[in-house]
Design a protein around this ligand. Structure first.
Ligand code: ZN
Ligand code: ZN
Length: 357
């Protein structure tokens, strides 16, 4: 944690504030290791404080040796003011993206005399590059999702409701050691596979359906994210064609992926192939996103994002084609960006459209 805190200090000093008040739960965990569900951090240039209530002070003291743990009761802005005064801080950085309007108003009232400035994205930019431990946690989250998928394959067949498949996927991920599902499991069959985010419904799967499964596991706070599309029974020619097209686009983006490439170029590598085949409008989302303590984090692999990818970033590559009323295909892997290339962490096969019956 010490290294992360030091890096952040350089950044917030560079952003022109004397201290940073952290309220986002993922950022709080990233910087302190605190697993409680209530608390905030105050990082000054020399001292680090963790404010939490009676329920968590013992736990925080154990988990966060780099912090002075301060017990608060109810309103933490009173205590915050005391420490800001003690440290002589007159310009405090806040995470504007994570404070409610009311929280901000309270801080403004209670911290009279201290100038407040929102500085967003400082911790998120650090979080984008994963260290060895973080990469290992994500790899384990990926493995748990891969293993759970194997377990539920026999259930993906005509006559079974989507919800049952989602339930079993989540059951097996937890059974195997996950803390939970990374997000609401998507199982979208038949015409519903054209919904990019069709959370599992009570629809009963039928012969000939495409079934898109998008899910992930959480391990030690870190997420994985995988999508596979399968077909129930023998695929029609068009189903094969659309699947192969999405696969080609996905592989093209993966081949382009390396440290130093622009995020928009990775998106372009997938989008070009889908556009050339005439389905550009049916691929209405970005090619991927960073994944870590949040399911969606920096960087965004979209046509608009000009930022350069860096070694240690973990991203998803997930192009799709969605034809309303007919169905859709998405293929998604979790991938580690390296110098000169990348490593696909997801192991579930995708080379052929899997036919289940
Ligand atoms: Zn996904
Ligand atoms: Zn995703």
């Amino acid at each position: 944690m010490k290294e992360r805190i030091e890096k952040l200090r350089e950044r917030f000093a560079g952003a022109g504030v004397e201290a940073l008040y952290i309220t986002n739960p993922e950022n709080r965990f990233y910087l302190s290791g605190f697993t409680g569900t209530a608390g905030s951090l105050l990082l000054g240039l020399n001292n680090s404080y963790l404010f939490t209530d009676f329920r968590y002070t013992g736990q925080a003291a154990r988990e966060c040796p780099d912090y002075q743990v301060i017990e608060t009761s109810g309103e933490s802005s009173e205590v915050l003011r005391e420490y800001l005064t003690g440290e002589g801080i007159s310009l405090l950085g806040l995470e504007g993206d994570y404070l409610t309007y009311n929280q901000f108003q309270t801080l403004k009232e209670k911290l009279g005399g201290v100038e407040l400035k929102t500085v967003d994205g400082l911790v998120e930019e650090l979080r984008a590059r994963k260290d060895k431990d973080e990469t290992a946690f994500i790899e384990e989250a990926v493995r748990l999702a891969d293993e759970a998928f194997k377990e539920v394959l026999p259930l993906i067949r005509p006559g079974v409701p989507e919800r049952e498949v989602a339930l079993q996927l989540e059951y097996f991920m937890r059974r195997l050691g996950a803390e939970g599902a990374a997000f609401k499991t998507i199982v979208a069959s038949g015409y519903r596979s054209a919904l990019p985010h069709g959370v599992a419904s009570s629809r009963i799967m039928a012969p000939g359906d495409f079934v898109t499964l998008d899910f992930g596991a959480v391990y030690n706070g870190y997420h994985s994210d995988i999508t596979r599309t399968v077909v129930l029974g023998r695929p029609e020619k068009k189903q094969e064609e659309i699947y192969q097209l999405v696969l080609e686009a996905q592989m093209s983006a993966i081949e382009s992926l390396r440290a130093g490439i622009k995020a928009s170029d990775v998106d372009g590598a997938a989008r070009r192939i889908i556009e050339q085949a005439g389905y550009g409008k049916q691929f209405g989302h970005g090619t991927g996103h960073g994944v870590g303590l949040s399911i969606h984090e920096k960087p965004r692999l979209s046509a608009k994002d000009q930022s350069l990818l860096e070694e240690g970033m973990v991203v998803t590559i997930e192009p799709g084609i969605y034809l309303p009323g007919w169905g859709g295909v998405r293929i998604e892997d979790t991938v580690l960006v390296l110098n000169g290339g990348c490593r696909v962490l997801t192991r579930t096969p995708k080379e052929n459209l899997l036919s289940l019956s």
